[in-house]
Ligand binder design. Structure first.
Ligand code: OGA
Ligand code: NI
Length: 364
């Protein structure tokens, strides 16, 4: 049973957020019903009927970029980015042992007693690069997400070794260092296909700010009333995401402006050894709307804990992002205004997640 004092907002937030027990701590108490603050309004719950199971084949074998099918693979990457904004890749360069080890490490981190994790709460964390927390911005959210996370900002390997949690740092560095080539290739393909010339220093700027999160979604006693992550798009250029075999990541398909109730959501099915790639807001802006920063969300389940490990690849905070001039000239219109990425991100984190509203910050 949920102790009834968790229906008092202060005690709940104290326990979950301030003391750093997280959702994991709630689950460990053995509750059979979620506290009221976790109940989503009906229109934000994930209604299984809305979910269209069919998903066109969006698994791309990146090793084929080096063979006779190069052009087809390029087309597939571009097509997926122009339509769903999501695809999966295999032969991506990240060794399978690293993927397995990331999942084990995430379970180990969140499996620790709260006091071990709480040292990384943002108010007390020994480093601004590391943050442990729960939900997205609990202070601003009417309903909380059923999710705990550990966020690690990457500046360079030495900083990471000095400040990231000991048990996570080597494997997360491996994840970053073995996925960077793929990320560069994908961005070169996507931006090159727009007819835009991208020199190495500009590419470096556009992918210069990196965060790796470990997300932990404990089993939930009321999966029909709650969400793991609310509907949102990612702010950066691309996200590389490792998910485990549990499933529950959904992407909005087709008309991005479909009214509530008329949306179609497709699941990105778990696929052993694959990584999920999605386009973020910055790439949508730079591409003048050609590439889709897809709205996505995560459901909860009552079965097992789910983990995921996204790497968010973003422009340096000081970089200006606006539609590439070549595209504005060709399209005859700039669909977004130029913004400084750091300001875009600040606004992103000030709001609670709300579909693609984050893009309003760059709207004309
Ligand atoms: C995110 C996200 C999806 C997942 O962290 O931005 O969309 O499957 N995560 O955890
Ligand atoms: Ni996301």
């Amino acid at each position: 049973m949920a102790p009834s004092y968790f229906n008092d907002d202060n005690s709940l937030l104290n326990f979950v957020v301030k003391e750093g027990n997280g959702v994991k701590g709630l689950v460990d108490l053995g509750l059979t019903e979620v506290p009221g603050r976790y109940i989503q309004p009906p229109d934000l719950r994930i209604n299984k009927q809305e979910v269209a199971g069919s998903l066109e084949n969006v698994t791309i074998d990146l090793s084929e970029l080096d063979g006779p099918n190069h052009e087809q693979v390029v087309k597939a990457i571009v097509h997926a980015s122009e339509t769903l904004g999501f695809f999966q890749v295999v032969n991506h360069g990240v060794p399978l042992e690293v993927l397995e080890s990331l999942k084990v490490t995430a379970h180990q981190f969140f499996g620790q007693p709260a006091e071990k994790k709480a040292v990384y709460l943002k108010e007390v964390s020994p480093s601004p690069l590391v943050k442990y927390g729960t939900s997205f911005v609990p202070e601003n959210e009417k309903s909380l997400e059923w999710k705990d996370y550990l966020s690690m900002m990457y500046t360079n390997d030495a900083d990471a070794r000095e400040s990231w949690p000991n048990d996570c740092k080597e494997v997360v560095l491996e994840y970053i260092n073995t996925s960077t080539k793929m990320v560069q290739k994908l961005l070169q393909i996507l931006i090159g296909s727009l007819g835009v010339k991208l020199d190495d220093s500009r590419l470096h700027e556009l992918m210069g700010f990196n965060l790796v999160n470990m997300n932990f979604y404990p089993p939930c006693p009321n999966p029909d009333l709650t969400i793991g992550v609310g509907s949102h798009s990612d702010a950066g250029m691309l996200t590389v995401l490792l998910q485990d075999g549990i499933g529950g990541l959904y992407v909005k398909k087709g008309d991005q402006n479909a009214s509530v109730g008329n949306e179609v959501w497709v699941e990105i099915p778990p696929m052993h050894g694959a990584l999920v790639i999605n386009v973020g807001d910055s790439l949508q802006i730079l591409s003048n709307g050609r590439y889709i920063s897809a709205e996505h969300r995560v459901r909860t389940t009552d079965v097992e804990s789910r983990v995921s490990v996204p790497r968010f690849i973003s422009p340096l905070l000081t970089v200006k992002i606006g539609p590439f001039p070549e595209l504005v000239a060709r399209d005859g219109v700039a669909r977004y205004k130029e913004v400084i990425y750091g300001e875009y991100l600040k606004n992103y984190f000030e709001k609670s997640l709300d579909g693609k509203k984050s893009l309003d910050f760059a709207s004309i």
